[in-house]
Design a protein. Sequence first.
Length: 137
Amino acid sequence: MNRSDLQTVARLRVREAKTLLDNGYYSGAYYLLGYAIECALKACIAKQINRHDFPDRRLINDSYTHDLEKLLNISGLKRAFEQARQENGDLDDNWAIVQDWHEDSRYNTSTLETAARGFYSAVAARNGVLAWLKKRW
């Protein structure tokens, strides 16, 4: 999977999550929105790898995670993201919501509508986490 594929999947997962959200499938929407952020972060990581360069093994191995905080660190954007969060309270609030996502949410069947809609907003809003990442992927 290349950077462009990851970008496409991130956008697609948000659209799919919106469909689920609009039809009352809140747990599925929550789960897919987290994967959208994961794919966006992995697209940012892929941007670091120059064409025809042999990638650093540790970078590649460490990238095989679902942990959003670890992916943010690996992406090389952590410092810039922290600065942006200090300057933009909405982005900071949105990261506070998004950072707690984990892949085990796929087993959750009891996500409340308010939680799912809040998560959607934290990901997809103008000052959402995905909007910030899209400018850097």
